[in-house]
Design a protein around this ligand. Sequence first.
Ligand code: LER
Ligand code: MN
Length: 278
Amino acid sequence: MKIALAIAPHDAQPSAFVVFRDRLEVSIEKASRMGYDAIELALAKASDADGAAIRRILDDNGMDISAVSTGRVFAEEKAWLTNPDEAESRRAVDILKGLVELAASIGAGLVNVGRARGFVHEGETREAARARFVDRIRECADHGARHGVTIVIEPVNRYEINFINSVVPDGTDVIGGVAHPNVKLMPDVFHMNIEDASIAASLEKAGELVGYVHLADSNRWAPGQGHTDFDAILASLRKIGYDRPDTFVGVEILPYPSPDEAAQQAIAYLRPLIPRAG
Ligand code: LER
Ligand code: MN
């Protein structure tokens, strides 16, 4: 397992949920120096980034990229897949397809879909929202398959969105409905601490559906700063065979007490639990 740090370019809005929001050459060099293996990059749309230039910065620093994350598609572009307005839902698909292509150009194998899945809108049934979501995510996944990119669906807690909140049963149910080889689940243990009956049992139930994992403590500070049992989480990930050289865990935490301290605390806590491969 490689450890990635969530970052966004300097011009991302302050709402971007990342640890470093700065020029990419600055953040990537700093993350590398701190001992991270990779970054996870939060983007709002493909035209905001130059894939080849990002790849060069990664290579210059011996760094990998776990995923392109899409919370900013929701927060900044105001685009999401379940939107009952056909043109709006299609706009979300087009943005996500663009980010799939961009991810491929950087060498990232994953694009996450968290809040960009959207809501169950007022006046609509859950079934209608789910059917639209399944249809749209399959289209994104077909595009992913053409570009060697897997879409990972991230269950997000009820205070942020009203659709796909738990890994079990919400995430496992919907992924069963999507039934596409290029779609996997992305548990975020912060959300799981709110929504899942047992983080360890849900990870084990999700099993080989797990395609990426977000790590944060119960208070969303760095692992080690709250009451989440990371030994149990890592034991579950090992049990389901997720601890392979080609998998990533992403550190997505509040930048407190400061971005640098948060990033340092997280890697200092996680590295002994997840030794560097080789
Ligand atoms: C995105 O990865 C996430 O976990 C969301 O809670 C961001 O709001
Ligand atoms: Mn997350």
